[in-house]
Design a protein around this ligand. Structure first.
Ligand SMILES: CCCCCCCC/C=C\CCCCCCCC(=O)SCCNC(=O)CCNC(=O)[C@H](O)C(C)(C)COP(=O)(O)OP(=O)(O)OC[C@H]1O[C@@H](n2cnc3c(N)ncnc32)[C@H](O)[C@@H]1OP(=O)(O)O
Ligand SMILES: Cc1cc2nc3c(=O)[nH]c(=O)nc-3n(C[C@H](O)[C@H](O)[C@H](O)COP(=O)(O)OP(=O)(O)OC[C@H]3O[C@@H](n4cnc5c(N)ncnc54)[C@H](O)[C@@H]3O)c2cc1C
Length: 681
């Protein structure tokens, strides 16, 4: 991928990357694989037809030289990263439009732009991402049919480019506390947008800096002198011809960040900016021309777009992780270091059990997350269809499970990617390994779209309610069924079923312990809010346990019931990965298993032995497993992880791209170093 510039500059020709030459260790690994990698790729894609579609799509985008970088973004200034990101995003969206004319859907777009393909083309962020991931979905989810008819076409065609402006300098989590106001004037039939304080400045929205000319702005609605809470408004930010900020609009970019440096996150403030009445999104709540407020069936429907993105994030995490673990596994097959047996040749680092332990549970995690994400996506579609028909019953259940899956999937993936980086030693620290950028993208997701602790506390709130229902003998919804007080837990039996059962027992035990802490808190004279705060460390822990029970249950269910059409050889490997995921987490939670599941010291030893056995069983298939993710080199974007394993050649090649290597003596020598070298003290 860095080919065009580098080929001229590598100091020794014999160390240049040779097209088609594959590292012999990787070749050997591929021969050892016990299953058909293509069969697994087809399974991952959801069938041969979808596989072919994906290949075609990838070819369409990744064979286009306009979309590939000549210089890696990490060598660019912040400004050039944006310039480059925007140029490619605009070109990409022209291509996407072509595709849409051939029948693309919002889900196609999401698959194209989220996860692997998107992060190959726009490595460090996409200034148009929010337009597609939040602006259009908000119009679709919260606009009336008339508003949809007017705005969505324009937005699809990129005649307006939008973002989602909710977070402010002072508030991101507590959105009821937002300070931007939208005050209705029935005389002019307009809302006036205003930013009354410094802390009311919008801060963070992607693409807001210099890109978007419109935004969905979330503001406190005032009409007839009364505040009705936060509502979404479509606000024009920039002139459609000149792109200059509209009168009364103060807008700019917020500066460099840990990652995502091409997303053009921005700030925004209003000085009494008028918009017509029909630019409040009125599918749920309305303001009539005379200023009368008509309530929404649920004020949580305003939160619908956030829910959508949380669901999407879980899917994206699986893609990012597949990429990172592909890099680390291929590198671990190529890299040789130390002596396992004195005097013998240096082994591949993947032969160290500690290295297998660093990597293989995360191959398994890709599947664990993927299966949960699929389930969540289906539930999201079912529930939104029901909501459209006026049935809101399942909304709290969806919210609760989406919140914890968003938190656990992002936190686990960030830890996994950092572990992949560590597993690559020094070379993993290089930007050209693509692990730092991937980490930067992923760790952001622990904060955006609902900070993880806050998300887990939302789930905990639902768990406490479910527990109270369970105690009252009421019926429970499927994801919390295990809290049923009449449920008999099966005794421990040293099987993976027992581990999955154990996670439910742990979650149930922790939920009950939280309820007890809350009750004791209140009995000791604390208010219910103070008691909640006092129990919140435990509550977060209980929500995480609930999520782990859900993920392991989904994973095992898929292996047992969702793979019937696969060959026995492949099913065996899939079962090993599921077992590994479960054992890995059981061992990380030994204390919980001892506390809640009646296991003994020797059971822990058995689990340990089984984990070791699984690692060794998976070892010959490790490269085959990551090959099955079928990520093209352009997607991998890493000197360490390319299919051919020419690791050292690519490291040297990418070093040569550094502008510091352009001349034998760098200009700064004359400017400062030469004087220091000659100075007499
Ligand atoms: C087309 C595809 C294109 C694809 C392109 C892909 C490219 C991808 C690339 C890169 C993507 C990058 C994308 C970056 C994007 C980042 C964007 C943002 O970050 S936008 C800002 C997000 N902001 C938050 O998420 C705020 C978090 N805060 C909140 O959500 C709320 O304030 C919350 C939930 C913490 C508290 O809300 P309360 O204060 O109103 O609620 P309480 O009082 O705690 O609860 C009231 C009741 O409401 C329920 N509730 C709360 N939220 C709900 C919801 N969403 N749905 C249903 N019920 C909910 C609760 O469960 C509770 O229920 P009971 O009373 O217990 O029954
Ligand atoms: C890369 C990136 C892109 C973003 N894009 C957008 C965008 O496009 N549009 C947009 O509107 N916003 C966007 N955001 C903002 C994002 O949604 C918020 O940053 C996020 O919701 C967290 O809010 P906060 O920053 O106010 O954190 P805070 O809430 O201030 O969190 C700080 C700490 O306080 C804790 N805390 C806060 N409340 C509680 C509580 N009730 N109980 C316990 N602990 C609590 C948190 O756990 C955390 O440890 C983006 C953010 C990032 C990083």
């Amino acid at each position: 991928m860095f080919g065009r510039l580098a080929a001229k500059q590598v100091p020794n020709k014999e160390y240049a990357v040779v097209p088609g030459k594959v590292n012999p260790d990787l070749q050997r690994e591929r021969k050892k694989c016990t299953f058909d990698t293509l069969e697994l790729t087809h399974f991952l894609d959801g069938g041969v037809e979808k596989y072919k579609d994906r290949k075609e799509r990838e070819n369409f985008f990744l064979s286009d030289p306009e979309l590939m970088d000549d210089v890696p973004p990490e060598l660019m200034s912040h400004e050039d990263q944006y310039r480059n990101g925007l140029k490619k995003a605009c070109y990409l969206f022209k291509k996407l439009k072509e595709l849409r004319e051939n029948g693309g859907t919002i889900d196609n777009y999401r698959q194209l732009l989220g996860g692997s393909l998107g992060s190959a083309i726009l490595k460090d962020g996409n200034p148009l991402a929010l337009h597609y991931v939040m602006f259009i979905p908000t119009l679709m989810g919260q606009g009336t049919p008339d508003q949809c008819a007017y705005w969505i076409e324009k937005a699809w065609d990129c005649r307006v480019i939008g973002t989602y402006a909710q977070t402010e300098l002072g508030h991101g989590t507590f959105i009821r506390g937002l300070e931007t106001t939208a005050t209705y004037n029935p005389k002019t039939q307009q809302f006036f947008l205003n930013s009354p304080t410094l802390t009311s400045y919008k801060w963070w929205p992607g693409g807001l800096g210099q890109t978007a000319n419109y935004a969905v702005v979330v503001a406190q609605l005032y009409t007839k002198g009364e505040c009705h809470g936060i509502h979404p408004f479509i606000v024009q930010l920039r002139d459609e011809k000149t792109h200059r900020p509209m009168p009364g609009v103060i807008v700019g970019e917020i500066g460099p960040k840990l990652g995502m440096n091409a997303t053009n996150n921005g700030f925004l403030a209003f000085k009494q900016v008028p918009i017509p009445r029909n630019q409040m999104l009125m599918k749920n709540a309305q303001v009539l021309p005379d200023g009368t407020y008509v309530k929404s069936p649920s004020n949580k429907l305003t939160y619908g777009t956030m829910m959508f993105v949380r669901v999407v994030i879980v899917q994206d995490m699986a893609s990012y992780l597949a990429k990172a673990v592909t890099i680390a596994v291929r590198y671990s097959a190529v890299r040789r270091q130390s002596e396992m047996v004195p005097g013998q040749s240096e082994p591949q680092i993947m032969d160290y059990l500690t290295q297998m332990y660093k990597l293989f549970p995360y191959i398994a995690t890709v599947y664990a997350l993927k299966f949960s994400a699929q389930w969540l996506w289906n539930m999201y579609n079912d529930v939104t269809a029901k909501i459209d028909a006026g049935d809101l019953e399942l909304l709290p259940e969806l919210h609760s499970i989406a919140c914890c899956l968003k938190a656990v999937s992002t936190a686990d993936t960030a830890t996994a990617i950092e572990t992949c980086r560590l597993s690559c030693g020094g070379h993993g620290y290089m930007a050209c390994s693509n692990l730092p950028t991937t980490y930067g993208n992923v760790t952001a997701a622990s904060t955006y779209e609902g900070e993880n602790t806050v998300m887990l506390l939302q789930t905990a709130r639902a768990l406490m309610k479910a527990y109270a229902k369970a105690q009252a003998g009421e019926q429970l919804s499927p994801t919390v069924e295990y809290l049923n007080r009449n449920r008999k837990f099966r005794p421990w039996s040293n099987t993976v079923d027992s581990i999955v059962e154990g996670f439910k027992q742990i979650a149930a035990g922790k939920v009950a312990a939280c309820a007890l802490s809350l009750q004791r808190g209140v009995e000791s004279g604390l208010s219910s809010e103070e008691a909640w705060n006092r129990a919140s460390v435990q509550l977060v822990d209980a929500a995480e346990a609930h999520c782990r029970a859900f993920i392991t249950d989904r994973h095992l269910d898929m292996v047992r019931n969702g793979m019937n059409e696969l060959s026995p050889a492949l099913r065996e490997v899939m079962a090993q990965l599921c077992d590994l995921y479960c054992v890995f987490w059981a061992l990380k939670r030994t204390g919980d298993f001892l506390q809640f599941c009646g296991i003994r010291g020797e059971d822990v030893q058995n689990l340990q032995d089984y984990q070791n056995e699984l690692l060794v069983q998976i070892r010959p298939n490790a490269v085959g497993l990551v090959d099955s993710f079928d990520l093209r080199d352009e997607i991998i974007g890493s000197a360490l992880g390319s299919y051919d394993g020419q690791v050292y050649e690519r490291l040297l090649q990418s070093a040569m791209l550094s502008p510091l290597n352009a001349k034998p003596v760098h200009d700064s020598y004359g400017a400062s170093l030469s004087a220091l070298l000659r100075a007499k003290y």
